[in-house]
Design a protein around this ligand. Sequence first.
Ligand SMILES: Nc1ncnc2c1ncn2[C@@H]1O[C@H](COP(=O)(O)OP(=O)(O)O)[C@@H](O)[C@H]1O
Ligand SMILES: O=C(CO)[C@@H](O)[C@H](O)COP(=O)(O)O
Length: 568
Amino acid sequence: MSSGPLYLGFDLSTQQLKAIVVQSDLQVVAEAKADFDADFGQKYGIKKGVLTNEKEGEVYAPVALFLEALDLVCDRLKEKKTPLDRIKGVSGSCQQHGSVYWSKDGERLLSALTPDQPLVDQLKGAFSNPYAPNWQDHSTQAECDEFDAKLGTPQDLANVTGSAAHHRFTGTQIMRIRRKYPDTYAQTARVSLVSSFLASMLLGKVAPMDIGDVCGMNLWDMQSNQWSEPLLELAAGGSDGVAELKKKLGEVRIDGGGSMGPIAPYFVQRHGFSADCQIAPFTGDNPATILALPLRPLDAIVSLGTSTTFLMSTPKYKPDPSYHFMNHPTTPDHYMFMLCYKNGGLAREKIRDALPKPDGADTWANFNKAVLETPPLGVKSEGDRAKLGLYFYLPEIVPNLPAGTWRYSCNAADGSDLQAGAQWDAETDARVIVESQALSMKLRSHNLVHSPGGGLPAQPRRIYLVGGGSLNPAIARVVGDVLGASEGVYKLDVGGNACALGGAYKAVWALERRGGETFDELIGRRWKEEGAVEKVDAGYKEGVFHKYQDVLGAFEKMELEILAQNKA
Ligand SMILES: Nc1ncnc2c1ncn2[C@@H]1O[C@H](COP(=O)(O)OP(=O)(O)O)[C@@H](O)[C@H]1O
Ligand SMILES: O=C(CO)[C@@H](O)[C@H](O)COP(=O)(O)O
């Protein structure tokens, strides 16, 4: 380890709080994490990081869990002898859309923390709502309908805010809380996103929301970079409530870099940080993921966490109701394109668990064997029909369908003769679920990709895999088979820690940039491919790629048919 400054990136995602420490040259020097179920499952009764109220579609996490996890991760970094006193800057990434509700006493309690007691004991009265709605929440259909109609159509809402209305987006969540729990809303002095909440904890005062993450609310007008008055009016229940809601939301920080102030004395006295350590703006876990490496045009990231997301960085703003555009977290006039699926890691786990349990320690061994031994689309011989399915154990975001499992088949040569009600074995399910997730990304990202040259069909240049599932070689193969990638599929060496790494890099850039130096300029100069990424699949394979092109129309038709059946 060099003797220079260190930078810390946090990632408060669905199932863990992770931390990663890097040097100025981007070398990783320490990592630590708190696993919500393993460390706090019994105490808080959570499962996979959350609590649920199935009847209403509510999914939420106790704020106290976040507080305990923050102290625990700092303790674990110290146990690993991480020199916290050398950390010059902290930033981070957090699950998007989730919100935290500060009480009227919240900011006072936050600014008066003493080092002799843990955060959770001192902040008991700091929240008007003990729970943070989680991004998997789907209790807000009524509010979504009103958001979609407010400016005209879902496309109009997407034009203004980057997205049509989505259950998890914070504007609809706030609107529902105001209606369903008016006392909670009235007692709320400030609302934070999970990213600005974690930044607030470290800063000792309520931090502003960040320019990237604020686009996950359906409240921010991305073209004029300010709150949308008509949408605030809707969430607040009329024009009389707008000023109050604006006060609760606070200012938004337009600059993704710089310092928001020094770290709170609590972290200096209890955990040994330096009083000079600066807190840079935090952002969402997906915006932070695109900061985990210098992304070039036509590069895509597939994040295989609890959610599955597909991300690209682009200067083009082409909103559509089925996907999201957000402000790039560091670069003005750039955007992040994102697709997000709820049925990611947990849905794959369900299919895995339907297979015989493997003998060895690798819980994914049988799943991977089934994926690799099943031919593309389950077509085992000439004339065999292609197999397509949707595996939604939770209501899905795109397409907006309730929970359900559907198995279809079609003519493999051209996707014709699509038929519902197909059946196959659990091994075939393993291949079909991964193909299905990749086909959905292929269908929805085609506007964003073009030919990388050499007469190749439109596809990404490189695909980088991140998140827990990036460790899985069989998933990497299928991603390459279906989506292509002319230069191949790569995984980040930090695998599941990419968002935290993006947060750490953001802290490096935020505090070491000179003049108008952009993130890509600064990080691009210091980033070394060797040791940071590893090629895990060839990507584009001509014969295989075309098999999926041939059934893409049938896949879309299947989704439309199921959507029509579920409309009533
Ligand atoms: N070897 C593996 N193969 C496939 N999936 C995996 C593997 N290891 C972990 N996962 C998946 O990773 C998920 C957690 O991903 P992670 O990115 O750490 O989560 P979070 O959403 O909390 O950021 C788990 O739900 C699990 O399904
Ligand atoms: O809702 C979204 C993005 O819109 C999710 O991607 C969350 O941001 C949670 O991420 P993970 O915990 O799965 O990393």
